[in-house]
Each structure stands twice: as C-alpha cells, then as structure tokens.
Design a protein around this ligand. Structure first.
Ligand code: SAH
Length: 356
C-alpha cells in the first residue's frame, strides 16, 4: 500500500525514464489481479436535460444554447440491440438530472433491456432519491456510476451547487448507500480542476480505497466555454500547486489507483481519449485500465450531449469504432473481455469469489 507522500511523489514525477517504473508496476498489478481482458461497455447518453448547475459541465441548466433531448425507450432499445450484437456484455445509461426521467420510466427501460437483450445495466443518472436507486436495483440494474469529482469538500462545493440543501457529503453518502443495497458501485474524479492540488489528488486516490469502490473512472477536466469554469482562468495562477489537466497526469492517477485498489475495474475514459486522440485510449490501458466504454449515442443526440468540447471529433460508426478498438487491443497484447465483466472487487466484497 502506498502512503500519501509516495502518491504525491509519483504524481509530481515527470522524468519519463523514472515513470516507466510506475507504468510497469501498474501493468503488473493489473495483469495479476484482473488479467489481460479489456471489457467493452456500450454507453448511451439517453438525455441531456439537467436541473443542476455544475460549474464544469456543458449541459448544466444555465447553458441556454444547448439543444435538449430525451431518447425514447424504443430508440434506446434499438441501440442496446446494436451493443449486444457486437458481443458486448454491458450497456451504460447516462444522463443529466431531470424530472422528465421518472422512476417508472427508468423501471420500464431496465426491464425491457433485461428482457430483450440480457445485457448488464449500469446507470449514471446523477444524485437520485434513495427510493429510486433501490427500486432500479430491484428491477435489475446491476451497477451505478457517480463520481465524487474531487476529495476536497470546499472545491466540490465551489464547482457543484447543491440541488437543495445537500452538500458534498451527499455524493459519498450516496456511494455508501449504493454499495449497501447491492449495486456494483463506481466513482472517480476529474484531473486538473482549477484549484486542485497534488495533495488533493492523493486524497482522492486514498478515498477510492477507503470507500472500497468497485469501479473508478478518472478523466482530465476539459474546460467548456459555455460554463463558469471554462471561462475563468484565475484559479490557474499558482503553477506549483495547480495540477495539470492533461493525459499524462490522468495516466499517473490511473496507475496509482490500480496499485492502491488492485481489484477494481478502471476505464480508459472518453475524456482521456478526447485530450489525446492518437494515444489516449491506449495509454489509459497501459497505465492500469481494463475497461473501455465506447459511445453509442446516435446522431444527432451525440452532439447535443455536450458536457465538454471535442467529443464529436471521436465520432465513428459503431462498426468502425468496434473494429478499431479490437485492432488496438490486439496491437498491445490485450484481449476482448467476455461476458458482463463484473468487478473483481465487487465479487470479493460480496463473497462471490474468495481470495486465493
Ligand atoms: N449527471 C450525471 C452524469 C454526468 S456526466 C452525474 O452527474 O453523475 C459524467 C461525468 O462527466 C461527470 O461525472 C464528470 O466527471 C464528467 N464531466 C462533466 N463535465 C466535464 C468536463 N468539463 N471535463 C471533464 N469531464 C467532465
């Protein structure tokens, strides 16, 4: 187990020769714990309506220039069929937080996906009511993703105005609740938020461990010009303390996360692929990741799910996207994961497999 000081040391290390040791170590831990398989999950961004005012996010309620959409159940099912047809085991349903997405509508959606495709279902629908989270799990939703974004409560409060009187603790509390009621539970952070320090990144990595999470997705913060954080360069004044929002720092966070939490599923995120279109996906996998979540949101919705800029530059048809991923995996000596690809951390903590 690494100490906070050791984590900070590695986060600040910039010598490529010395960093080889970090990538190698993370790769070894990944291989020994979760193997060579890379699980593919198809993500569908089902709605961009949102009542929240998160200062980093391009689809926040105050951004009036975004065209809003909610996909129909039929449209979503059609995409889920495509995802299943390509041999994937999981569909991820992501959206803004909005009353148009009712509890009953999600129940209907989960049941139909389960009945008609048998895919594992991951939800990423924000801070929803505990009763809803529970009902969805009972209806068959397997996993839930909710990033705590930063382990610094003051920074979180600053970038994440509460819905009512809730504060940061809410997300950590929701994560604990999700685990308690049986979800395979995922979280993660943005790397390089304005005002974020190396110590805080280390705290986030240690918080992943403390919460005993099953999945951890980290991406670089990408400024969106239509958001308060995208316009404000003030916070980046102190270059020593400020963490860069780049691919390299994100890969260091992934590698250290893998070393500290060896059994978790770690995606090589779309945000990482967006800041480094040539190598991002691959370098995520080379620094500890074992999951990729290719985007299957159909046009024109995909361009309206504008949480950060540059996502459309990654656009490929589902078939093209799949062929290129498989080719890349083969090139780096990895295999396509089979089945639902549950997190080893989840299987162990729910005593479905035992430590050898
Ligand atoms: N409403 C859901 C889904 C939000 S989008 C929720 O709040 O959980 C999923 C993730 O995209 C967020 O958790 C955040 O980590 C990431 N994201 C949003 N805006 C971003 C930005 N400007 N740069 C990088 N990542 C961003």
């Amino acid at each position: 187990m690494l100490t906070k000081e050791e984590i900070v040391y590695w986060l600040k290390e910039d010598n490529p020769d010395l960093l080889q040791a970090l990538w190698q170590n993370a790769g070894l831990v990944r291989q020994n714990h979760v193997g060579a398989a890379v699980h593919l999950r198809g993500i569908i961004e089902i709605s961009n309506y949102c009542q929240r005012r998160c200062r980093y996010c391009g689809i926040n309620a105050t951004n009036k220039t975004v065209k809003r959409y909610l996909m129909s159940i039929e449209e979503i099912l059609q995409v889920a069929q495509t995802i299943q047809g390509l041999g994937y085991g999981t569909v991820v349903l992501q959206a803004g937080e909005d009353f148009r997405i009712t509890c009953d509508w999600v129940l209907e959606l989960i049941k139909r996906i389960k009945n008609e495709t048998g895919l594992a279902v991951t939800l990423s629908l924000g801070e929803r009511h505990p009763d809803e989270l529970e009902a969805w799990h009972w209806a068959g939703a397997d996993r839930y993703l909710l990033k705590f974004e930063t382990a610094n409560p003051l920074l979180f409060k600053k970038i994440h105005p509460p819905k009512n009187k809730g504060v940061w603790k809410n997300r950590v509390d929701i994560l604990k609740f999700l685990k308690e009621i049986g979800y395979e539970t995922g979280s993660g952070i943005m790397v390089g938020l304005p005002g974020q320090s190396y110590e805080e990144l280390a705290d986030s990595i240690l918080l992943f461990k403390e919460l005993d999470l099953d999945m951890i997705g980290n991406g670089p913060f990408i400024p969106h010009p239509g958001t308060p954080l995208g316009k404000d360069n003030q916070q980046r004044k102190n270059p020593v303390q400020q963490v860069p929002n780049d691919a390299l720092t994100t890969c260091k966070v992934n590698a250290l996360t893998r070393i500290v939490c060896p059994d978790v599923n770690i995606p090589s995120t779309t945000a990482l692929a967006t800041v480094d279109r040539q190598q991002g996906r691959e370098s995520g996998l080379m620094s500890g990741a074992n999951v990729i979540m290719p985007d299957f949101t159909p046009l024109p919705y995909r361009q309206w799910y504008d949480i950060y800029p540059g996502r459309m530059l990654l656009y490929q048809t589902p078939e093209e996207q799949h062929a290129l991923l498989v080719q890349m995996l083969r090139k780096i000596g990895r295999t396509v994961g089979q089945g639902a690809g549950a997190s080893l951390n989840y299987l162990k903590r729910t005593e479905r497999v035992f430590d050898s």
